[in-house]
Design a protein around this ligand. Structure first.
Ligand code: ATP
Ligand code: MG
Length: 552
């Protein structure tokens, strides 16, 4: 432990186990995604916790695909999950699949049947639900519950051999129909599903249920600490029951609070709807809370790990502010992003006393926050410049320190200029701002003795390149779309994407590389979109420089 923060409760458990010599001091965790969607920031929390624990205590982490539900799963998801975990900076000890254990799990089920602890039930799902009782009323047994071991063995083998259609029979654990814990009222272990599996193909037509597959997979791998989210607390007695009855490695389950983030949704089922219904441009749309969306948006692995560290590991659910995630990336990019100039809403500034055919080259630091510097780049200055429309006002309010007739400002890394006038078109729109410059005021070599209160960014008209710039806002208008009345999609923010087709950028930005952060001075942090090309540059705004979100 190098951080000065105190241990979270799971670290305390692990340290206690190590002190007591449990598992010979060995720590083996696992991250068990179901490959039915892309990973989101909630998964990042689980990844940081599981891989973090192993790292901290000299252990290892398995990446285990929980692929027991053939209908919804796909290799596309497997590949994206591996890419995302690696991108976050973690390396797994073994890449494993619950489906690799199907033979072993089948044997485990046979063992329970032989012990009289599992039976084949022909009831329909409705009948099973009705017989289960309620939390206050015990469940009722049925005729199938008393089947002999021999009959159960035969029927289960026939289920496996494809003799029955989907839903005709299930295998249930025989535990306690009166248990106050509904999960112990003879839970399902296997269901019949004639479906092609992305790894096992058509070999199986029965598939294990989560509760049976998960703990047994943990035990097979000899996982020491199986960390999951709070909703699995009531499943824990079942987790322990299977392990005890099967007399296999005693993995232990521990639960922590899942991450909830405001102004978004975080279930793969809902994210899939956003993708399928075309509300977003795929799983990696920069507005999505997916790891791939955050990456495309310009988030760095370090900022996401920092976020997960800051929110900590809690035993109670709460709602985390999106603003916290944004402040993590802001802090990271402030230290790493290269400063560049880009004009998003242009108006022309003419330096009337500067020769038409003259060009000077100025330079600016890549990142003044870096101690010892992070290099610099050059940019050309000429008579005609693009500046932001909002940096000029015809009738300025008091304390407007940017351009207005009679005002002086500094053009970033160049000259101080004085506003002398402006031009309008016939419709009354301002088309040009006219200035003169103070030749002795050149940045780095200023002998003018003038001090000005405003500095504005600019790009030389003759040298500027163009780019499409995409500005993103919250995907939802309300803090918790899932808890509102009606469909969560009713709360989508209709203005979550604003496209600027033609922004003017300083020439050096043609060298921008994907994955690198750029601060467009005064405009925010940006990164090159993955679909950007040399012919058409596209930049995504990662985050604004300050928290400008206004609650509606
Ligand atoms: P979703 O509900 O979004 O579909 P899931 O829990 O079904 O998520 P899995 O692929 O089963 O997704 O999750 C893999 C691991 O990630 C599990 O251990 C799960 O507990 C954890 N996890 C999922 N969502 C969150 C979250 N919001 N916060 C923390 N951990 C999470
Ligand atoms: Mg799940």
């Amino acid at each position: 432990m190098t951080e000065e923060r105190s241990l979270n409760f799971i670290e305390e458990i692990v340290e206690e186990d190590i002190r007591e010599g449990k598992n010979g001091g060995r720590v083996l965790t696992r991250f068990p995604p179901e490959p039915n969607g892309y990973l989101h920031i909630g998964h990042a929390k689980s990844i940081c916790l599981n891989f973090g624990l192993a790292k901290e205590y000299g252990g290892k982490t398995n990446l285990r695909f929980d692929d027991t539900n053939p209908v919804k799963e796909d290799v596309e998801y497997v590949d994206s999950i591996k890419e995302d975990v690696r991108w976050l900076g973690f390396e797994w000890a073994n890449e494993l699949y619950a489906s690799d254990y199907f033979d072993q799990l089948y044997e485990f089920a046979v063992k329970l049947i032989k012990k009289g602890l599992a039976y084949v039930d022909d009831s329909s799902p409705e009948e099973i639900a009705a017989q289960k009782g309620t939390p206050t009323e015990p469940g009722k047994g049925n005729e199938y519950r008393n089947r002999s071991v021999e009959e159960n063995l035969r029927l289960f083998a026939e289920m496996k051999d494809g003799k029955y259609p989907d839903g005709a029979k299930v295998l249930r654990a025989k535990i306690d129909l009166a248990s106050p814990n509904m999960h112990l009222r003879d839970p399902l272990m296997y269901r019949i599903k004639h479906a092609n599996h992305h790894r096992t193909g058509d070999k199986w037509c029965i598939y294990p249920m989560y509760d049976f597959a998960h703990g047994e997979s943990d035990a097979i791998e000899q996982i020491t600490h199986s960390v999951c989210t709070l909703e699995f607390i009531p499943h824990r007695p079942l987790y322990d029951w299977f392990i005890e009855q099967l007399e296999i490695f005693p993995s232990k389950q521990y639960e922590f609070a899942r991450l909830n983030l405001n102004y978004t949704v975080m279930s793969k089922r809902k994210l899939l709807q956003l993708v399928n219904d075309g509300y977003v441009d795929g799983w990696d749309d920069p507005r999505m809370p997916t790891i791939s969306g955050l990456r495309r948006r310009g988030y760095t692995p370090a900022s996401i790990r920092d976020f997960c560290e800051r929110i900590g590991v809690a035993k109670r659910e709460n709602m985390i502010e999106m603003a916290l995630l944004e402040s993590c990336i802001r802090e990271d990019l402030n230290k790493t992003a290269w400063r560049r100039m880009a004009v998003l809403d242009p108006i022309k500034l003419i330096v009337t006393d500067y020769p038409e055919d003259k060009t000077e080259t100025f330079h600016g630091e890549n990142n003044p926050e870096v101690e010892g510097g992070d290099g610099s780049r050059e940019f050309p200055f000429s008579r005609e410049l693009w500046i932001e429309r909002e940096d000029f006002m015809e009738e300025p309010p008091k304390k407007f320190f940017r351009l207005a007739v009679g005002n002086m400002v500094r053009l970033k890394s160049a000259y101080i200029v004085k506003c002398e006038g402006f031009a309008k078109d016939t419709a009354g729109n301002i088309t040009e701002v006219h200035c003169t410059h103070i030749p002795e005021s050149q940045s780095g070599n200023d002998t003018s003795g003038l001090t000005v209160k405003g500095t504005i960014h600019w790009v030389s008209v003759r040298h500027a390149k163009t780019a499409e710039v995409r500005l993103y806002d919250r995907l939802f208008q309300v803090e918790d779309p899932s808890s509102e009345d009606g469909d969560f999609k009713d709360y989508i923010n209709p203005d979550s994407l604003h496209i600027i087709p033609n922004a003017y950028i300083e020439p050096d930005l043609v060298n921008a590389v994907p994955g690198k952060g750029y601060q467009f001075i005064r405009k925010g942090y940006f990164t090159l979109d993955k679909n950007s090309t040399a012919e058409k540059l596209v930049f995504n705004r990662t985050v604004t420089l300050k928290d400008g979100w206004v609650k509606k």
